[in-house]
Ligand binder design. Structure first.
Ligand code: ATP
Length: 310
């Protein structure tokens, strides 16, 4: 369990984390979400004592990180990759971290196998690909068989097989009753990996709780219908007081009703349905809606018309 309370961090005049409070429960995967610069990495660094908060506190299994008897065996963290420039081989680097923490060479070999780095274990860390370095970072985090995992953007640079593997790893850890906090911008991945989410923006908490509740609360469910008799069904649905929008792919999106009711109305007007399903909205949609005002670094796709014509 991780309990963050009133956590605040300033860099000069800039407040990166602003009175942030949340709890990360064991037994579930918790996704840590927020736009660029929201304060996710800074928060994770404060959890493991790499950054000192201006105010607030963090308890890791009931104690501040600095007071843990065996930090590496309690928390496994994949944070910044400062070590990634090491001139040592992946194996030597892992053995060095292991020896500092009284961890055996057998455990190093076990982890090289687990993260899929055995073939390149003799290669210098600095020459490994981004994905391989991510795998090495995870091996380092897992060395002490920790009860708590903190992974900052673990899927960065991983190939599809690697992403699938990380998903299984995180879910497996949670299923064993461990605590898993993982930040990622890959929201479709988080939607299937994270049971719970903590969403922050501009250093402040936006929401926390079940991923499913967050999506259902924030997005509007629609009943999607594909039918060759779109015009007649649309008329019938509108007459019954429902809002119907035609999507670019020809699907009708009906809001304010249930799939059962749409099916009944289609039967009443004698239209064949080729598809009928409820779309609950996506994590991406929920994220965009709730964090819109907290996005600091927004790209523009085109210059505004008034500027381009003057
Ligand atoms: N060492 C530092 N010195 C000065 N400012 C910093 C430092 N570390 C982070 N910041 C600032 O703190 C804010 C939060 O940064 P942080 O890296 O925690 O965000 P993030 O949510 O992890 O972003 P991203 O999704 O882009 O990785 C940003 O404005 C960043 O510029």
């Amino acid at each position: 369990m991780i309990i963050v309370e009133g956590l605040t961090k300033r860099f000069g005049k800039r407040t990166a984390v602003d009175g942030l409070s949340f709890a990360v429960r064991p037994g579930v995967v918790t996704g840590f979400l927020g736009p660029n610069g929201a304060g996710k990495s800074t928060t994770m660094r404060m959890i493991v004592g790499l950054d000192r908060p201006a105010a607030g506190s963090v308890l890791v299994d009931g104690r501040p990180y600095a007071e843990l008897d065996a930090p590496l065996r309690t928390v496994g963290a994949l944070l910044d990759a400062g070590w990634a420039r090491s001139r040592n081989s992946a194996r030597t680097h892992l053995r060095w971290v292991a020896s500092l923490n009284g961890i055996s060479r057998e455990r190093v070999e076990e982890l090289l196998r687990l993260v899929g780095l055995r073939e390149v274990a003799g290669q210098r860390v600095g020459t490994l690909s981004l994905g391989m370095r991510q795998r090495l970072g995870m091996a380092m985090a897992l060395l002490g068989d920790p009860r708590i995992l903190l992974f900052d953007e673990p899927m960065n640079g991983l190939d599809p097989e690697g992403i699938h593997w990380v998903r299984g790893l995180l879910r497996g850890f949670a299923a064993e009753g461990r605590t898993v906090l993982v930040s990622s911008h890959l929201l479709s991945e988080m939607a299937i990996t994270a049971d719970e989410v903590v969403v922050i923006g501009a250093g402040r908490l936006i929401t926390s709780g079940s991923t499913r509740d967050f999506i259902e609360r924030t997005t509007r469910a629609a009943v999607l219908v594909r039918t060759p008799g779109g015009a007649r069904l649309t008329e019938t649905l509108r007459r019954a007081g429902h809002q119907v929008d035609l999507r670019p792919d020809g699907t009708l999106a009906v809001t304010g009703t249930t799939a059962a009711r749409v099916g009944e109305l289609a039967a009443e007007c004698g239209e064949v349905l080729h598809e009928l399903r409820t779309d609950h909205g996506s994590l991406e949609e929920a994220f965009m809606r709730t964090t819109y005002d907290a996005v600091e670094y927004r790209a523009t796709t085109a210059a505004p018309a008034s500027e381009s014509t003057q």
